[in-house]
Design a protein around this ligand. Structure first.
Ligand SMILES: [Fe+2]
Ligand SMILES: [Fe+2]
Length: 192
């Protein structure tokens, strides 16, 4: 299944974001840490979904490695991890999407995870194009490609448990909402 975002982030977004690259890196480190946690919390919430435990653990490890790499970039720039954690406005606005039924919530969580990976990948690619520091540009261009693989992983997990037509329909609905949410958010030196 090929998923395409319904709102394309303009390149100017990245130009503005790299103007505050230190602030951007702080937010990004936080985002990687959170997505690693999210994978492990899937396992805690759905321990009987054995078929996806290996894949979730693998993604959690990869995201943790991304956290480590971003943290190294922060340190290399002579900075430390900020003690202030900001709430992600993107996830907050996406919350009403989740349905309350246990199984449907599980499907929604996997699909939102996939679409959030797609958005992350899109934006890392843009940062890679405009970052002034060559190390940072290279890092983000690579990360853009690595995150692309996670998009399929979450959809494949959903397809183990739900019929393809239901997953497709829900992906379409969530893509529409995600585009609305993303377009509505003011630009910050942050991934969302
Ligand atoms: Fe990541
Ligand atoms: Fe990822």
């Amino acid at each position: 299944m090929k998923i395409e975002l319904k709102y394309k982030t303009p390149l100017e977004w990245a130009v503005q974001a790299v103007d505050g690259i230190d602030e951007f890196l702080q937010d990004h480190a936080d985002a990687e840490r959170k997505v690693s946690n999210m994978c492990m919390s899937f396992i805690a919430k759905y321990p009987n979904r054995y078929e996806i435990i290996d894949e979730l653990t693998q993604i959690a490890v990869e995201e943790l490695l991304h956290f480590k790499q971003v943290y190294q970039l922060i340190q290399a720039r002579g900075n430390q991890l900020s003690p202030i954690f900001h709430k992600d406005p993107y996830m907050k606005l996406l919350m009403p999407i989740f349905r309350s039924d246990r199984d449907l919530l599980f499907m929604d969580r996997l699909i939102v995870a996939s679409i959030a990976e797609l958005r992350g990948s899109e934006r890392f690619g843009l940062i890679g194009k405009v970052a002034k520091d060559q190390n940072i540009a290279k890092f983000y261009t690579n990360l853009h490609l690595q995150e692309l693989e996670h998009i399929d992983s979450f959809i494949k997990m959903a397809l183990i448990y739900f019929p393809e037509n239901e997953v497709n329909k829900r992906v379409e609905e969530i893509l529409i909402k995600e585009a609305e949410v993303t377009e509505s958010l003011p630009w910050r030196c942050a991934i969302h």
